[in-house]
Design a protein around this ligand. Structure first.
Ligand SMILES: Nc1ccn([C@@H]2O[C@H](COP(=O)(O)OP(=O)(O)OP(=O)(O)O)[C@@H](O)[C@H]2O)c(=O)n1
Ligand SMILES: O=C(CO)[C@H](O)[C@H](O)COP(=O)(O)O
Length: 451
């Protein structure tokens, strides 16, 4: 185990992950815990026509060192778009209205870091408690803490590894309901490889019939009484070497867990490559849509419509609106990406107004927002740079916005009556726009690109 005592900022920053392209899994949740947080609720919450009328709390074990990643920073504190993995997992639970509280179990030396994360990302339902030397010891500490607090004891406890950030409400609901009814429930996945037993000399002893077995994943749910009893009765050997809470419930409480097949996105971040895959999923989820603001001008609307068609082919959805007033102000709360089209205007006042609105809406706490200023200049203008915006002006504006976690980029294109040229420009605009939104590169912030 690596010994470390880094500062919170070091932990958040010393693990920049080099992104390459990763294949996208079609079976992903709509949003990996990136919705705005709802207020904590207690009971009888509606979900898809059903209700949870008992108290549910969550334990997120996050006390490990992540040795298998080979990194200094424990994987739960590795940063994605400036935010640690643990915060994504917390948010996946926090946004579920029928979950009353979340206990995050962290190693003693990371308690300050965890407090810092809770404050910085404005988590509301969370409390941190110190972990133990093994995963079972950490989970046990978390479960005990649920009985210590001032809040009412939950009927059901959901346990979920802090390093599995992509869990959706539908599965949590199924696990909670089955746990309440059955005493224990857990998510499973089909095995991807056959499991074999080896002899002590390293030869094949026997192999298991793959179709009969499943991989046990998380989340798992238990009634509070079952999980407490399981940890009270289990042996030192279970605490030291055990890897399966469902097994403890069966062995020490006679409770047969109900098993529920979950989506492939339940996978656990274990190796370094899993961190890159997680970042890719997060970025992909944030770049599915954008909102184009036209200012109502006819040329801007024509360009926005053409852009809409072109990015549609690149698998991105665009909504076109004249401004962010009235009902359209709702976009400030739901969208992560904004494209402001300015026609024949060599000043940045329109995009400045968008930045001001976004700042007022306080949307960039969890993720960086992308704002792209598209400057459509007249065909008679000899040189865009000659009469257009000074590169330094947009760079200054972008630098100020970056402090507020808003990434501002600029793209210029020129109107032309040559249909073929125009089509090529729009296509380039679509490609640049989509690349900027997908990559969210801090290095390109403030650049004025040409389409
Ligand atoms: N003493 C421990 C060990 C693990 N965990 C948590 O249990 C989850 C799943 O464990 P694993 O993937 O094995 O994490 P690590 O133990 O950190 O990884 P490694 O085995 O590679 O060191 C992680 O969220 C981890 O932080 C914990 O709370 N306390
Ligand atoms: O899947 C699980 C439980 O069924 C756990 O996530 C898994 O056992 C964790 O094990 P390890 O800490 O060794 O990776």
């Amino acid at each position: 185990m690596t010994c470390r005592d880094p500062s919170p900022t070091q932990l958040m920053e010393d693990n920049h992950i080099n992104m390459q392209s990763h294949s996208c899994d079609p079976d992903r949740p709509a949003h990996p815990g990136i919705f705005p947080t709802r207020e904590a609720g207690k009971s009888n919450h509606q979900l898809a026509g059903s209700s949870v009328d008992f108290l549910v709390s969550v334990v997120l074990p996050a006390g490990g060192t992540g040795e298998r990643t080979g990194l200094q920073t424990p994987k739960q504190f590795c940063s994605f778009l400036g935010r640690p993995l643990i915060s994504y997992t917390i948010q996946a639970f926090e946004r579920v209205s029928w979950i009353q509280s979340i206990v995050v179990v962290v190693a003693k030396e990371n308690m300050d870091l965890m407090t810092d994360i809770v404050q910085r990302f404005q988590h509301k339902k969370v409390r941190a408690v110190p972990g133990g030397s093994t995963r079972h010891r950490s989970i046990c500490n978390g479960v005990r803490a649920l009985g210590d607090g001032e809040e009412e004891r939950p009927k059901v406890v959901i346990i979920h590894d802090a390093v599995r950030p992509f869990v959706d409400e539908d599965l949590l609901y199924k696990i909670a309901m089955a746990a309440e009814e059955q005493g224990a429930a857990g998510a499973i996945r089909p095995l991807v490889s056959t499991v074999i037993a080896t002899t002590s000399e390293g030869y094949l002893d026997h192999s298991l019939e793959r179709a009969k077995y499943r991989a046990s994943e998380m989340p798992q749910g238990f009634t509070y009484d079952v999980i407490c009893q399981a940890y009270q009765k289990c042996s030192e050997s279970d605490f030291e070497f055990g890897t399966e809470c469902l097994h403890l419930a069966l062995q020490y409480c006679g409770t047969n867990a109900k098993l529920i097949q979950g989506p492939p996105t339940l996978w656990k971040v274990t190796y370094k490559r899993d961190l890159a895959a997680a970042e890719s999923i997060i970025k992909e989820t944030l770049s599915r849509s954008a909102c184009v603001i036209t200012g109502g001008s006819e040329q801007a609307v024509t360009l926005a419509d053409a852009l809409q068609k072109a990015v549609g082919a690149l698998d991105m959805k665009l909504d076109v609106i004249p401004d962010l007033m009235g009902e359209n102000a709702g976009y400030l709360l739901k969208e992560w990406n904004f494209i402001q089209v300015s026609v024949n205007r060599s000043c940045l006042s329109e995009v400045e107004a968008v930045l001001t609105d976004l700042q007022a809406a306080n949307r960039a706490v969890l993720h960086p927002l992308v704002v792209i200023w598209v400057h459509l200049s007249g065909s008679d203008e000899l040189s865009v740079s000659g009469r257009g915006v000074e590169p330094a002006t947009i760079m200054d504006l972008a630098s100020a916005a970056k402090f507020r976690n808003i990434l501002l980029y600029g793209i210029q294109l020129r109107q032309t009556k040559d249909a073929e040229r125009w089509e090529r420009s729009v296509l380039r605009l679509a490609e640049i726009t989509s690349a900027l939104i997908r990559e969210r590169s801090p290095a390109l912030v403030g650049q004025l690109l040409q389409a």
